[in-house]
Design a protein around this ligand. Structure first.
Ligand code: 9WN
Length: 417
């Protein structure tokens, strides 16, 4: 059984492999996505280490001079996805989007080094990537933390990778929709529209893209010009974990400057994260940076915070919060106790294996082995029941969204390891 699962996962990774990068799934997402690629590489490590390193190298080959690593690289034109390169208009040699995604690369590289069959053999590749990842981290704090809080803001829901989370509902009230160019969605041609974001949300996604494009994608200007600035605990936790992991890697390679810089980002960030904790919710919450208020929305973003080194008592409380969800399959992307929970709509309830993986990893590191084991078991049960889907109904385990999904397959290889 385990062998069959492993082989099926490897088959998906190979089917979606386009040579030097992997698409999340054919049809729905025909390009390279940032955090998908980094997590995909972890799966590739289990059968082709060389290919795994290439995945990350390809991503960083498209880093912007300012340090940002874009969320999509449009390697080859494909009309199957909207918004395509002409909407973004970023004017890059190979077209990319103009926003970023969770900075999971630092963590991925450390994990890949730990799994390497011959660490010496990958040292040069790691040495070449190290300053690039460090530049990305520096860019985050330079452009997304203008008041030096130690926490960075996302300026578009696509940056968090949790596109239609309940977290963004209130801040989205401030994002206008007037004047956007008429458009035709493609996602709803590949997936059930009732499982995807709404038109009202898409209008706002597009308004933000057009607004930033009008500013010529000058990433030093976008933060202050954006009506949407949200400090997401999950997004920050991934960055802090990557900072800490990059610092370890840098130390090993004798790069003391990068090590010290990233240790400091991680330490300051962890201290600042405390301000997002909610005792009432038993998890962290997003902060709306425009109003300064915490957002009353118990999403998985505040649970994912356990991926960085939060205090053990917080991790224990988060484990209890997950157990308290009471869903058959964990971890729901939104609290089922909140009336806004929607078991089938994308990031408003469904389970995502990548998020499960990071939560389980964080819980295990914080001494919550039982809770971590439950998440791992639930993840594999979902695969056994419904295959390698994009996301799943936490109540029924039904497969939702795209099929034969790359990062889902990659996470299965990790869960089986
Ligand atoms: C927009 C590729 C990506 C993931 C995101 C997920 C979804 C894109 C979309 O697909 O977002 O970036 O068009 O829906 O929300 O996390 O990286 O798998």
């Amino acid at each position: 059984m385990t062998d069959a699962l492993r082989n099926a996962a490897i088959d998906i990774l190979k089917t979606n492999d386009r040579g030097r990068y992997t698409v999340p799934t054919k049809g729905l997402y025909p390009f390279q996505w940032n955090w998908d690629s980094c997590l995909t590489a972890l799966g590739q490590c289990h059968f082709d280490e060389n290919r795994a390193w290439t995945e990350i190298e390809t991503l960083f080959a498209h880093q912007w001079p300012c340090g940002m690593v874009p969320h999509i690289i449009f390697h080859q034109m494909d009309d199957g996805y909207f918004p395509g390169p002409h909407i973004w208009g970023t004017d890059r040699p190979v077209p990319t989007s103009g926003i970023t995604q969770p900075a999971v690369a630092g963590f991925a590289l450390k994990r890949m080094l730990d799994c390497a069959s011959d660490r010496q053999a990958v040292t040069d590749r790691l040495r070449a990537l190290l300053p690039k990842v460090a530049a990305w981290h520096r860019w985050f704090f330079a452009t997304r933390d203008p008041h030096d809080e130690g926490l960075v803001a996302i300026l578009h829901p696509w940056e968090a990778g949790r596109d239609n989370s309940v977290d963004w509902d209130d801040p989205f009230d401030r994002v206008p929709t007037d004047g956007i160019t008429p458009y035709t969605r493609r996602d709803t041609m590949h997936a059930d529209p009732s499982h995807r974001p709404t038109k009202a949300q898409y209008d706002r996604y597009l308004w933000l893209v057009e607004h930033f494009r009008a500013l010529r994608w000058d990433t030093s200007k976008l933060h202050d010009a954006s009506p949407f600035q949200v400090v997401d605990p999950g997004f920050n936790a991934i960055l802090f974990r990557s900072c800490a992991d990059l610092a370890d890697l840098a130390e090993d390679l004798g790069e003391s400057g990068i090590a010290a810089e990233n240790r400091s980002y991680a330490a300051r960030g962890l201290a600042a994260l405390e301000g997002l904790w909610s005792d009432a919710h038993g998890q962290y919450l997003c902060r709306d940076r425009v109003t300064g208020a915490l957002i009353d929305s118990a999403s998985v973003g505040g649970i994912l915070a356990v991926f960085c080194a939060i205090p053990q008592a917080r991790a224990a409380r988060i484990a209890a919060t997950i157990a308290g969800h009471g869903t058959r399959y964990c971890v729901a992307s939104h609290s089922p106790h909140d009336p806004r929970f929607d078991a089938k709509r994308y990031w408003r309830g469904p389970v995502w294996l990548v998020v499960n993986y990071m939560i389980a990893d964080g819980l295990a590191r914080a001494g919550q082995q039982d809770a971590a084991a439950k998440i791992s078991a639930a993840s594999l049960a979902l695969i056994g029941k419904s295959g390698f889907a994009e996301y799943y109904d936490p109540m029924t385990g039904e497969a939702l969204g795209g099929g034969e999904f790359t990062w889902t397959a990659a996470m299965v290889l990790e869960f089986l390891a």
